[in-house]
Design a protein around this ligand. Structure first.
Ligand SMILES: [Zn+2]
Length: 193
C-alpha cells in the first residue's frame, strides 16, 4: 500500500507541475473540451418508442458522408415501411424542410443544442416547416423513396452532424451510449421514452 500511495503522490505532483508549466494554455483548453463533451445532445433513434429498425452503414454511401445510415423497419421488406412516421431525434429547430437535391429527395434538417444537427432524407411526406420548433416526439415526416430511383426500396437516410445545418457528419450515436456499427447492419430501438 505504501508503494501505491507513493505513486499517487508522485503523479499528483507531476500533474500539478504540468499545470504550472502549461499555465494559461491549459486553463483555456480544459474547459473547452469539457463543454464539448457535455454539449452533445441525446439524439434518439428517429422512430416511435420501442420500434425496431434495421440500420445499415457502408463506406461507399453514394453521394453522402460515409457516416450516414439507411434505416428500415425490422420485419419489413421492399416498400413495406412506406408511410411510417419519422420522429425528430431530439428537440430543436427545423433548418430545412424541402427537397434535398442530389438524390436526397424530401429532406428535413433539424438544428439541436450544442451546435449539433440531424438530417432525414427520402421522406415520402414532410410534416414540419422551416423555422418550426420540434420536440423529440414530433413526427417530422414519413418514410418514403423521394429522390431515389423507382427500383430502390423505401428507407430513411439519416445523418448526425456536430455542426448546424448538416455541416459536418459524425459517427452516429443513439441515446447516451449506443454507437452505430461501422460498417454493417444492426437493429436500433428508441428507448427511455
Ligand atoms: Zn442513404
Amino acid at each position: 500500500m505504501k508503494n501505491v500511495r507513493t505513486t499517487a503522490t508522485v503523479l499528483s505532483v507531476v500533474a500539478l507541475g504540468l499545470g504550472t508549466l502549461v499555465g494559461t494554455g491549459a486553463a483555456q483548453a480544459a474547459p473547452g473540451a469539457e463543454v464539448e463533451t457535455l454539449a452533445r445532445p441525446v439524439l434518439k433513434v428517429p422512430f416511435p418508442c420501442q420500434q425496431d429498425w434495421r440500420g445499415s452503414t457502408r463506406a461507399n454511401h453514394a453521394g453522402s458522408p460515409n457516416r450516414a445510415m439507411d434505416m428500415n423497419k425490422a420485419g419489413t421488406s421492399g416498400d413495406g415501411d412506406a408511410g411510417l412516421p419519422v420522429k425528430a431525434s431530439a428537440a430543436g429547430t427545423v433548418a430545412k424542410a424541402s427537397t434535398g437535391g442530389g438524390g436526397l429527395g424530401n429532406t428535413v434538417i433539424i438544428n439541436h443544442s450544442g451546435g449539433y444537427s440531424t438530417l432525414y432524407a427520402h421522406l415520402g411526406r414532410i410534416s414540419v416547416s422551416r423555422g418550426a420548433t420540434v420536440s423529440a416526439t414530433t413526427t417530422i415526416g414519413t418514410v418514403g423513396k423521394s429522390g431515389l430511383s423507382s427500383s430502390t426500396p423505401t428507407h430513411l437516410h439519416y445523418e448526425q452532424h456536430d455542426a448546424p445545418n448538416a455541416g459536418h457528419a459524425v459517427s452516429i450515436r443513439f441515446g447516451t451510449s449506443t454507437n452505430a456499427l461501422y460498417y454493417g447492419e444492426r437493429v436500433y430501438t428508441r428507448t427511455s421514452c
